[in-house]
Write a new protein. Structure first.
Length: 338
């Protein structure tokens, strides 16, 4: 697993816990292979995977809010409000599928992502990863099978690029030769091949290069699941467009199960094999890019209106202005700066 938390300090804490768990237990069991077939959960969704990698079954996640009424010196308990971040989510994500969670800020996209790797636990319902409820997994075991990429990559500033990528294999006690080989493979994979990048520190890299290293680190232990929380959102438009194109090709090559969070419909159309639209913590649409823009739901229409022009999606999944994938990525990047 590769795990990157929000912020270096929080990630360091979690890595320390992971290391403690790894060194204080017996060898972990292999991930279960008996993945069962699932049904289609949304009438508008034609996707019917033969294997399910991730499944949400009636999942709700709520948190206690701040007191909305207090009675001082009365001895009466304060009444508290409860806020539901996601409600009654039922969704199956197939092996090797790239599902993009699309929605406005506060719609529950990142909450769903954090429920997958047990950073959060559902208030109701179950989240299953490879046929097993997340609450039945040891959280550190679970996260070793999941790569996590966020904005700005979250690299350790005092580690070189090679050391950042090698972090999880080192915790997993890979031998030095195997680690060195894996680091070199991944740097080549993300377009940073050569010793000049391996020995650099994050401060010596551009934003796009740091994000490439973040992707490489997420893939270091060869996880079957990759979670990506708006990984390209902080980049300049040109770099973002380049990475979108590169990642789209990389996703097809690797065959991983990818859950990708964005608020950008252009990015979703470009990268997804399926788009799941969230509104107010509820799932309102689940459709392929080819059919998504044809849906009549008001929230779909609102996102479609943000395109501001003719936008087409080809049968092979390529999306673009004027029918080209390159045009889509360029337009998506430029729109971020508009």
């Amino acid at each position: 697993m590769y795990f990157v938390a929000r912020g270096v300090s929080h990630f360091a804490m979690m890595v320390a816990r992971t290391a403690q768990s790894r060194w204080g237990r017996k060898e972990r069991p292999p991930l279960p292979r008996d993945i069962t077939a699932v049904k289609t959960f949304m009438p508008a969704n034609s996707f019917s995977p033969a294997e399910t990698s991730i499944e949400f079954s009636g999942v709700t996640y709520s948190v206690n809010g701040t007191p909305y009424r207090a009675r001082s010196h009365s001895g009466l308990a304060r009444e508290r409000s409860e806020k539901t971040l996601v409600a009654d989510i039922t969704l199956a994500i197939g092996a090797a599928e790239t599902v993009v969670l699309l929605g406005r800020s506060g719609s529950g996209k990142t909450t769903l992502l954090r429920l997958i790797n047990r950073m959060l636990e559902p208030t109701a319902g179950k989240v299953l990863v490879q046929g097993r409820a997340t609450t039945d997994w040891n959280p550190f075991e679970l996260r070793r099978g999941i790569g996590y990429v966020i904005q700005e990559a979250g690299l350790f500033p005092h580690f070189t690029v090679a050391e950042n990528i090698a972090l999880v294999p080192t915790l997993e006690k890979w031998d030095g030769r195997r680690i060195a080989t894996r680091v070199a493979e991944l740097l080549e994979l993300v377009g940073l091949g050569g010793e000049e990048f391996a020995s650099r520190y994050p401060r010596q890299l551009s934003g796009g290069q740091r994000q490439r290293v973040g992707v490489a680190r997420a893939l270091a232990a060869d996880p079957q699941i990759l979670l990506m929380d708006e990984p390209f959102g902080a980049l300049d438009p040109v770099t973002r467009a380049e990475l979108q194109r590169e990642f789209g090709a990389l996703a097809k090559r690797l065959g991983k199960t990818i859950v990708f969070v964005t608020h950008d419909l252009r990015e979703a159309l470009l990268l997804a094999s399926r788009i799941v639209l969230l509104q107010g913590g509820k799932m309102v649409a689940s459709e392929t890019p080819q059919n998504f823009l044809q849906l009549g739901h008001p929230e779909v229409r609102a996102f479609a209106a943000s395109l501001g022009g003719e936008f087409t999606v080809k049968e092979n999944g390529a999306a673009g202005m004027g029918g080209t994938r390159e045009g889509a990525a360029g337009h998506a990047g430029g729109a971020e700066n508009a």
